[in-house]
Ligand binder design. Structure first.
Ligand code: FES
Length: 149
């Protein structure tokens, strides 16, 4: 049994992945994007150089978003409402969303790539946890914390 074809195919896929990542970083420019955040009835705006994920921009601008997977898209805790500019929901997000959440344009902040101006609303995380528990999508084995000020 020869592993050579599998090894060659793996190397080819790795090289293609690296080339696409480099091309995305060097050749694609999304320019300056304005992110408008509504939280607890207050609105905040900030401008960013597009291209990274929404979660990183929110954290960089002092907006706390729950996350236990570090932005890998595996915990489902970084839900925000993106009524404008988020594009279609990704298959990686769908498993964490109920039908009602999809209708309300809820997204995982770590999966939304900022390519244009965005308007988002930070939800009340107690409601997010309640909906996840009601939809049987709350994994109690994952770390979860809620800060109440
Ligand atoms: S940070 Fe875990 S899914 Fe987004």
């Amino acid at each position: 049994m020869s592993f050579l074809p599998v090894l060659v195919m793996g190397i080819i896929l790795f090289v293609i992945t690296v080339l696409l990542s480099v091309a995305d970083k060097l050749l694609v420019s999304y320019g300056t994007c304005r992110i408008t955040v509504e939280q607890d009835g207050e609105e905040k705006n900030f401008d960013v150089e597009g291209g990274a994920n929404l979660l990183s921009y929110l954290i960089d601008n002092g907006i706390e978003i729950s996350s236990s997977c570090g932005g890998k898209g595996s915990c489902g805790y970084c839900k925000v409402q993106v009524p404008e500019g988020g594009g279609p929901i990704l298959p990686t997000e769908e498993i964490f969303m109920s039908r009602q959440e999809k209708l309300r344009n809820m997204r995982l902040a770590c999966q939304v790539k900022v390519k244009n101006d965005l308007k988002i609303t930070i939800p009340n995380y107690l409601e997010v946890v309640s909906e996840m528990a009601a939809a049987d999508k709350f994994d109690t084995s994952k770390r979860w914390f809620v800060r109440i000020y």
